[in-house]
Design a protein around this ligand. Sequence first.
Ligand SMILES: [Zn+2]
Length: 764
Amino acid sequence: MRKITLIALMLPIISFSQNKFAQLEQLLPTPNEYRNAAGAPGHNYYQQQADYKINVTLNDEEQKIIGKETITYTNNSPDVLEYLWIQLDQNIRSKDSDSKLISVEKMEDFRSLRNIKKKMLDFDGGFKIEEITSTSGHGMKYFINKTMLRIDLDKPLAANSSISFNIKWWYNINDRSKLGGRSGYEYFKENDNYLYTIAQWFPRMCVYNDVEGWQNKQFLGSGEFALPFGDYEVSITVPSDHVVGATGVLQNENSVLTSEQRNRLKKAENSDFPILIITQTEAEEVEKNKSQGTKTWTFKAKNVRDFAFASSRKFIWDAQGVKVGGKNIMAMSYYPKEGNPLWERYSTKLVAHTVKTYSKYTVDYPYPVAISVHTNRIGMEYPMICFNGGRPEADGTYTERTKYGMWGVIIHEVGHNFFPMIINSDERQWTWMDEGLNTFVQYLTEQEWERDYPSRRGPAHLITNYMRGDKSNISPIMTNSESIWQFGNNAYGKPATALNILRETVMGRELFDYAFKIYSERWKFKHPTPADFFRTMEDASAVDLDWFWRAWFYTTDHVDISLDEVNWFQLNTKNPKIEKGTAREVNKNEQQFISQIRNKESIKETVNELDSDIDDFYGSRDIYEVDAIDNSEYNTFKSSLSTDDLELLNSGKQFYELKLSNIGGIPMPVILEFTFEDNTTEIIRIPAEVWRKHEEKISKVFFFDKKVSSILLDPFLETADTDINNNSWPEKQVPTKFDLFKSGRSSENPMQRDLRLKELSKKQ
Ligand SMILES: [Zn+2]
């Protein structure tokens, strides 16, 4: 009895883990009134609202942010809330931050003065919360738990009601060149100037929803943000010679811009190329001095999940209009002269192209502005505004890598407006839901920017090295943001590639694009989860993708399908003329073995060649000769067949039995290119379900009128097959070249080389 029970328990587990075609039900949350089984918001879907009114001062002398905000929080949930959770993400820079304590180090991480200095830096960048008061001015009870702050409400917040309260705070801004970070300042020694890109700068409401209650995972550095939507009114006080770019629309142009700047801005609205609002010459003039006074820039933003801004007296500013869904959006860029010549030439055009292309594949860009701000190196996204790298050399030249790096990062970060700023997934839990989906559309956008744009992520064959790599160093895509191995490959590259494969190979472009747009429409200005994405993609396409999600998102298996064996068959026509003739040819061409060959020379004559009495009936018989009995038997056989059968028998069809094995573990569509003797080809595409019962080995028979000369598996490099050496029949060998001489690398970039070349030709 005991044994039987054990087997009964073990069997489902074994088959469950081995069968990629098992349905996902056990892994996904049960559909409910908030999120339905089709992957759409349920009939009782709700989400909270957090509106902010903020006054902030940027202290340029001491590099500090000093702010006061009023948050109005609306509880649209059916639940009564006894407390509110607020995120204090700047506390990752406080002296006692957990992220410092939990970082894992080896001594080799300290083996440079720069690294030691960085590790030893004693910077205090955490929030200093000065007070939290109710609208009536009373202090509210609160408790800070690292990067989170809990407000204990005197009276619980009932369903469908709201509460307002005020927070006063300040913090020290981090020097990004020393401490890194998504937010911070860059210091320019020349003229003693700062460029601020400021984010996570105010206490922000956490998400409360049907999935997790309060989002209460601490900010440790990798898992980004989970934020509710709301309306913002933000007044930013900065030195009067600073220029501010921010989330939202500027409300007081007249008091912060000159009439010349306002005229240029007006002109830019209807321009389909960038117009300078502040020129480089003007910016260079401004950065030489420092104003004494201040100015306050006021912005309003509706239905956004966050607010960021950039401020500097170094800014050059350009803008153009871009039309999406009948609306005119302002694409704009802010950059110091150090960004030129790249930035004036490309940034705003890239912003406009990105907004347009993403709108085509997802939802119409709903915001009035889209901004790209220059920083050194990083790329980071916020609603309507992002901070992007791409800095040329001081001499104005740049490498191709810098150019493509800048193009790619601007498309990527502007693209984040859609994922996660509009389609607002929980970044603290799932990096892939915004980075992966965004990197996928980034790929489509890059390809529409330049033909054969060398995209780093998206094409199937670019993920193979990662996927076949050491499995102890890989995590499934469905891994929490903080625990991911190989962040870029796992959360950006692999999901982007998986979606590309769905689009090109598994679903086809029409079904995929429709379903992807449905997902975007369903979840714009809402909070989707992985299951909502998985379910919508299937529901809108009628393609069961459970096997695909399971294999690509829940395991670390890779793709390696091998064409193991090809066996060639022909029909036996039973026609003695044909079959005996063929047999005679085969016999004649039979391979000779060594003694046979040598004996032809060494044995002059055998006994039966000398003595004619030796050969009897068998010795002289021609077994390939067709005789009358053969013919009559064939005629009898023929008369027993229908015309159809006879036609088939004489059709000359060539049969090929292919044996394939799935070495990598991910079942994938089998795409075969057959090349025939006359050099024509035929492509046969077999869906992945061919593996549904036998996941490791399958065989399949193909028949043609012509003889096949070669077969190639995955001829268009679309399945991410990690080993293409087992993809062809007959087996193909590609030589590996080896170097005898090491070539030296010059530190000169190609543009500098070109300048040298021009100098050289002038001298001659
Ligand atoms: Zn990103």
